[in-house]
Design a protein around this ligand. Structure first.
Ligand code: FEO
Length: 387
């Protein structure tokens, strides 16, 4: 395994997780990478590590440049184990290395690993000289954990951004222009929608904090390194962090005997009549993490379930739990569904969507088999008020 030089004396030494398909509930159809970076200067620095089971791959790549025992500093931009999982093994090899982390990073690492390591705690504005270069640190709390920070090297105009700007893609390519913007953009959106979305305010602050920096390369800790599409991805991050939406409707449902699906298709048809792009997602056929990519920029969110045992279908309940946790903002929502008696699922969905602070439309329900003309008229009246 070889290191890959991304700038003069700065190497990608990460691990490629080709078979990863589940990242705590996020469907990662294309695998992922855990990007670690080796900087060879008067001091030898490793920025982040990899998941524990790819440690040997990382050590191999480091070994193609230098003896891993010579590492002086290990910058831990983020405690989560996809980036710190190989720290214990590495610290056995370079016992005298100093771990550089944010204040919460030190606390988090000590909670995860009981080893007695040398720590240097840094805050925004702190800098460490390593020879020809300086490592500047900016804390980016909650992007993605309270400990998160980024490392900036002004001499190389390089931002090592950790989770920010990442994408779950396993590939032999290392740079965005090698795989192509269209190919990466959707995975960057999926990553944002499923990992970063709850922290829009903090992303906005982080973008401000780095906005004055001269950057010609952003090297995240997952996926491809940005060197061609830096402006494009920064513009998208501004849009996503501001919950800027488009005139499009996402209709998510599950059904038992087809009646809730019939209502879903009527809602779809009426949005189409109104000139609004609409997307139908049957939860039996679509993964919640893929649906979230579409919700990221959708103004309208419609969720439907029939009533089963006085409640909604478990698939819809799971989707709503996921949606609520990711907390998109500035949305308009609508609950719908069919029922035989009871009909509790519709009001339950309505309450959960209202609990997400969405602006709620009147809900749509139909007993047994929907009367298509009646439901279409009702939907036209409801959507007519807003579209
Ligand atoms: Fe890639 Fe929050 O870890």
């Amino acid at each position: 395994m070889k290191a890959f030089e991304i700038k003069n004396d700065i190497y990608w030494v990460g691990g490629i997780d080709w078979t990863l398909r589940d990242f705590h509930g996020y469907l990662t159809q294309r695998g992922s990478t855990y990007n670690a970076y080796l900087i060879v200067d008067e001091k030898i620095v490793l920025v982040d590590t990899v998941k524990h089971y790819l440690c040997e791959e990382m050590l191999d790549r480091i070994g193609s440049v230098t003896d891993p025992s010579k590492i002086d500093y290990i910058v831990s931009n983020h405690v989560e184990m996809d980036h710190s999982g190989s720290l214990p093994r590495l610290m056995e090899i370079c016992r005298n290395a100093t771990v550089i982390a944010s204040p919460n990073g030190e606390i988090g690492l000590k909670k995860h690993f009981t080893a007695d390591w040398n720590f240097k705690v840094v805050k925004t504005g702190d800098s460490i000289n390593i020879g020809k270069r300086n490592l500047n640190f900016v804390l980016t709390q909650m992007v993605h954990w309270p400990d998160s920070m980024v490392t900036y090297i002004p001499e190389d105009k390089l931002l090592l951004s950790n989770d920010s700007f990442g994408q779950h893609i396993a590939s032999p390519e290392r740079f965005d222009d090698e795989l192509g913007w269209e190919n990466i953009r959707d995975e960057a959106a999926k990553y944002y929608a499923n990992i970063v979305l709850p922290y829009g305010m903090q992303v906005g602050k982080a973008l401000n904090a780095v906005s004055g920096l001269e950057i010609d390369m952003i090297a995240p800790s997952h996926g491809l390194i940005w060197r061609k599409n830096i402006n494009n991805i920064c513009e998208l991050y501004k849009k996503w962090s501001g919950n800027v939406t488009e005139d499009k409707a996402i209709i998510v449902y599950d059904a038992m005997w087809g009646s809730t699906e019939t209502i879903a298709r009527i809602i779809y048809e009426v949005f189409e009549e109104k000139g609004i792009k609409a997307y139908l997602f049957d939860l039996k056929k679509n993964h919640s993490s893929d649906i979230m990519t579409h919700i990221l920029t959708a103004k309208y969110i419609c969720v439907g379930s029939p009533t089963l045992n006085n409640g909604m279908l478990p698939s819809v309940s799971a989707f709503l739990t996921y949606l609520k946790g990711l907390a998109p903002k500035n949305r308009i929502a609508l609950a719908f569904g069919s029922y035989g008696w009871g009909g509790q699922s519709i009001s339950q969905i309505n309450d959960i969507l209202a609990g997400c602070s969405f602006d709620m439309l009147e809900f749509i329900k139909a007993q047994y088999i929907p009367d298509i003309i009646e439901i279409k008229e009702l939907t036209r009246r409801i959507l007519g008020g807003i579209v």
